[in-house]
Design a protein around this ligand. Structure first.
Ligand code: NAD
Length: 306
């Protein structure tokens, strides 16, 4: 209902990496709206080195001081079962997940070690998988769940020095898209956001002025709305930051069928038609349904043409 505040009384929200930056802003926002919040944070540095309870504890203390409900969990998201168990043990259920925990190991491509690659996939992608898999049966059973996957513009577009991170972050979008499809009949919705915010993660590349302008609190409103039971959005991707909110989708050129009966299809034919293959003047916006139906339609059109 328009005008009514978005409340989360009785709802249990798990936010991974909620000890700092964006995750902390989400935790405070949900708690202020009545949710019971699991504040997960491993407590290491932004490269994933070290651990500690201080980061999560401080956020829990802040929520409680304001009269909210929260509990801390200090496990790495690499142990998704344990993290979700904290929600079940303390609040008896799990309703909402924000897969926010993250680290960086930025290096130009050739300098990425196995460890730099693996730890980024483990935390960002595998961590999100493990958290969701642990919560999924509970969400299915209660016929309710909201999941936010956190991606990045680096994942969507690529970014110099972030091959490991961009691969994991676009992986999170793929995971989100499929969970949205599998979850829909159980009222489990899953969306991805690509935020921009001033945090310790971006402090090395942003000046102080920009960090102050890009407050994590400007991202939180869409995370809260997408997580509400009244929101029907699922399988979508949003870019968010500094008070800006926009939705992204795929675009496909009209394309061209180059096959001709009885003729061999050669690379030169592709070259000679490149302008038509890449012409977006009659673009369409394919969705999940296209992935199975697209080639069937192409083959049917070809049959009819002959
Ligand atoms: P941040 O470093 O301030 O916060 C990330 C938190 O995750 C930290 O408190 C850290 O301790 C925690 N964490 C790291 N590894 C963990 C693990 N294995 N298990 C549990 N917790 C762990 O960073 P942030 O800028 O707030 O980023 C939050 C998320 O948003 C990340 O996924 C990041 O990739 C994404 N993101 C941020 C930006 C941005 O502009 N800040 C842009 C794109 C994407």
């Amino acid at each position: 209902m328009a005008n009514s505040p978005l409340r989360f009384d009785g709802k249990v929200v798990l936010i991974t990496g909620a000890g700092n930056g964006l995750g902390k802003a989400y935790a405070l926002d949900f708690a202020a709206r009545g949710a019971s919040v699991v504040v997960n944070d491993l407590g290491g540095d932004f490269k994933g080195v070290g651990s500690g309870s201080r980061a999560a504890d401080k956020v829990v203390e802040e929520i409680k001081a304001k009269g909210g409900i929260a509990v801390a969990n200090y496990d790495s998201v690499e142990f998704g079962d344990k993290v979700v168990q904290t929600a079940l043990d303390n609040f008896g259920k799990i309703d909402i997940i924000v897969n926010n925990a993250g680290i960086l190991r930025d290096k130009s491509f050739l300098r990425i070690s196995d460890e730099d690659w693996d730890i980024i996939q483990r935390v960002h992608l595998r961590g999100s998988f493990l958290i969701c898999r642990a919560a999924w049966p509970h969400m299915r059973k209660q016929h309710y769940g909201r999941i936010i996957m956190v991606t990045s513009s680096s994942g969507i577009y690529g970014n110099f020095g972030q091959a490991n991170y961009s691969a994991a972050k676009l992986g999170a979008v793929g995971l989100s898209n499929t969970l949205a499809l599998e979850g829909i009949k159980y009222n489990i919705h899953c969306n991805a956001i690509a935020p921009v915010a001033g945090s310790r993660m971006t402090a090395t590349i942003m000046g102080k002025e920009l960090i102050d302008a890009l407050k994590p609190e400007f991202v939180s409103p869409i995370v809260v709305y997408l997580s509400h039971e009244s929101c029907n959005e699922t399988g979508s991707l949003f870019q968010v930051g500094a008070g800006y909110f926009g939705k992204l989708r795929w675009q496909r050129s009209e394309g061209i069928v180059l096959r001709e009966d009885g003729k061999v299809l050669e690379a030169e034919t592709v070259r000679d038609n490149w302008h038509r293959i890449t012409d977006f003047s009659k673009a369409t916006y394919p969705t999940a349904k296209d992935s199975t139906n697209f080639m069937t339609h192409i083959l049917k059109d070809m049959d009819q043409a002959h």
